[in-house]
Design a protein. Structure first.
Length: 102
């Protein structure tokens, strides 16, 4: 899977597109096939290190995504695979797939 990665804090122009392993949803999570991701001021603050929380490097920015549920983690009741959903992720949304809390 491909993801936009921030390897050091700074402008968006420093980010790269890289191949990374697909996430595996854990208990209470679902695997989301990302179809759209917002690009907003919050993302720029996080990437530049100007926001109050700083994800561990490297990370994929992207605080809000929409997509389709691909799989459920252990013990996760739903939503069912194939369901279209929206998620506020904090970070991680600039990727083809993302594990998020159900």
């Amino acid at each position: 899977m491909q993801a936009v990665l921030c390897r050091s804090l700074g402008p968006f122009s420093q980010m790269t597109i890289e191949n990374v392993p697909s996430p595996v949803p854990g208990a209470g999570e679902l695997l989301l096939a990302v179809r759209a991701a917002g690009v907003n001021f919050l993302d720029s603050l996080i990437v530049e290190g100007k926001y109050q929380t700083k994800p561990p490097l490297p990370f994929s920015p992207g605080t809000e995504v929409a997509g389709v549920v691909q799989a459920l983690g252990t013990g996760t009741a739903g939503p069912a695979p194939g369901t279209r959903v929206f998620a506020f992720t904090g970070y991680g949304g600039y990727a083809e797939e993302l594990a998020v809390p159900a």
